[in-house]
Design a binder for this molecule. Sequence first.
Ligand code: AMP
Length: 186
Amino acid sequence: MRIVFIGPPGAGKGTQAERMIEKYKLAHLSTGDMLRAARDAQTEVGKKADEYMSTGRLVPDEIIVEIIEERLAQSDCQAGYLLDGFPRTIAQAEALDKMLGEKGTPLDVVLELKVPEEELFQRLAGRGRADDTPDVIRQRLVAYRDQTSPLLDYYGKTGLLESVDGLGTIEEIFDRIQAILDPKAS
Ligand code: AMP
């Protein structure tokens, strides 16, 4: 299965992503993780990305699209993958469509994890990651609302979008996700 996982920062995507990759045997492609690794390794891409990440803004599309294109070519992606945190803009979604169209490997489903904005700020402030200062949190939420949420319309039109209520226990939410993915898994 080829899955795109969309949700605002703090929605609990990471936790659910871990369960999904284990149950459905998917490669986990988290652009946030990739960028943090690049930043920690002090590569050119990592240094450039950090200028944006540290203020809660999105890293430029060209950088991200190149990273994903290289990653999708690797052999562990052939059996299926979960794109976690990508695409985050319409331009990234269009680039992904083009890439997958050329390969003849379309997406199977786009999952949205839905959590109200009031709840997100509380969760993020409580998480305490080094980049989670109040200003950065606010900026990340703004980036989601302005740049990423338009993807819901974009994928809604393709018929691929499935929305999951992100409130509840980890188990309850994973049950909702399984109810959507089980029928698609073969
Ligand atoms: P995440 O761990 O997914 O919340 O990502 C952490 C940060 O990495 C984001 O706040 C962005 O600065 C950057 N980032 C991750 N994925 C993307 C993407 N697809 N496009 C642009 N920036 C991204």
